[in-house]
Design a protein around this ligand. Sequence first.
Ligand SMILES: Cc1cc2nc3c(=O)[nH]c(=O)nc-3n(C[C@H](O)[C@H](O)[C@H](O)COP(=O)(O)OP(=O)(O)OC[C@H]3O[C@@H](n4cnc5c(N)ncnc54)[C@H](O)[C@@H]3O)c2cc1C
Length: 552
Amino acid sequence: MKGQYDVIIVGTGPSGLTLANILGSYHVRTLVLERDPALSPFPKALNIDDEFFRLLHAMGMGMAMKHHAKYPISYDYVSPLGLRLGFVRGRITEHGFPNRAAIYQPDFEKILFNAAVETDYVTVKFDQEVVRIDDDAQTGVQVVARQANGNESTFHGQFLVGADGAHSVCRKHLNLSFDEVDKFGVRHVVIDVLDDIDPSPMALTKMGWRRNFFSMPAPNGRRFEFSLRNDETAEDLLDDDTLRHLFKPWRNYDELNIIRKVVHTFRARIAPKLHHGRIFLIGDAAHLMPVFGSQGMNSGARDANNLGWKLARVINNGAPQALLDTYNTERWEAVLKTIKMATMNGKLQMVQSIPMSLMRDAFFGLLRLIPAATSYIREMKYIPRPFLRSSLVQPGAEQGKKKDIIGRINPNPKVSVNGEEHLLDELTGTGFALIGVASSKHGVEQIVSQARRFDATIVIVNEKGANETWTQGAAGETIRAATVLDSHYDPLFESYRGQWLLVRPDRVIACAGSWQTFIESSACILAEMMNAPIDRIRDGLIQEQCPEHRAA
Ligand SMILES: Cc1cc2nc3c(=O)[nH]c(=O)nc-3n(C[C@H](O)[C@H](O)[C@H](O)COP(=O)(O)OP(=O)(O)OC[C@H]3O[C@@H](n4cnc5c(N)ncnc54)[C@H](O)[C@@H]3O)c2cc1C
């Protein structure tokens, strides 16, 4: 049944608005219901990562983000004795964007909101607290929302996405627990300051014997945090005299232009599943993680990126609903790994006994003597980059080997086409893409035909100095050949030269191979997306390729 809306999203936090943008870009009729009368005025998340920035750019918010955000951010981690334990270098990564960019969440949410409503397919209604949900496998979802004056409205949709934060009514409707991944529950007093004296993009974590201090750049000033000890209450730390004392080594507290001070408790939780029937959970509604590693909001964006194109495919292209099951398969394990990383990171920073702290410092001091370990920290390689595994990826012969890339995100190098510079994403667009890694013309007819079935763009990626040998398919289709200008595609030139990659709309590499292998494995993915037997897909391919077969 077609609902009043295709998708109803609950919550205008960063996760809900990111998904609204993705769905709007696919012309999916989307309603976003928000309990509050307006977007949140409170700054919470401070950093977006390279993957999220890349997604924002793809959805047309690149320029707005360039003006709003401060980047790239570098991080210094200093021990109680003043020893530098780690340094994360601010840099542009293989995603083509800064590893970390500082945002001011209220302004950031405005950017997301404006872009979403500009798609013309997204309606946002404030002062609508979702209080009741009815879902039916056949008829869709019915949502009752209450306004502040007590009136209630009912909305219908084909699918419902709970992006309604830690106390999610959608998660409760599904009767799902919110399981503690780890008992680690650290509290910080967080003080956001306007126009700080230090406008640099440097962040500092100064670990102490009794508490840690954090100083982080924001686009409009700086954020400071102090960790709380177990015997302290929030009131203790919000007290002006206490803060005046804590700030003494760093700032004159009385001269700070404070936007907000608040105590946050960071927890590690995950729902046992992220999807049931027509209802999905994304962002904090599905998982919570300690702030170390800045992955909470960024994980919500990954949820939205994974789910958005699949919902669009089901709604717009009649793909089977089973396609949506891969959201849970692909995201749950990945999120769990991220929560564990954030927790471990936090535990290392929060060591409070002096002997343990000395052991940690000695360990990290020794690590600094090993170049590989230094680059592991400097380039944040500890942030999990899991291989997604589901029926929508076809691991190849490289599975389990160092050069495996299937299920990972395709790099986004700088490329040139006819002398003009682009990011690779700008050539491939936001749909499926077939990328030839310095590929030859062999099998091009089959490749072009397969691209048509995925409605995909074809791009040939060549190394610098290589001849752009061809730009046309056999049937006259334009196939763009791009020359890579940086080193981000080097691992692919090394291990996948001459092969074809299928890149999904969320930029995940779904399969790779020489043209024959590629046609076979991409046909398996197509079969999955169309809920058709693989033999029929193969037959279809053969018929398209051989006119005599078609005539017969
Ligand atoms: C101090 C701090 C620092 C952080 N720093 C970072 C960082 O640097 N990087 C990072 O990635 N993450 C960070 N995080 C985590 C990040 O803030 C969250 O993960 C992120 O805000 C979650 O977004 P969300 O959209 O999933 O949920 P929320 O932001 O919680 O949004 C949920 C929305 O749903 C609405 N809602 C709730 N119930 C209903 C209902 N029944 N009906 C209608 N609407 C409803 C709420 O009003 C709200 O607007 C930080 C968090 C804190 C506290």
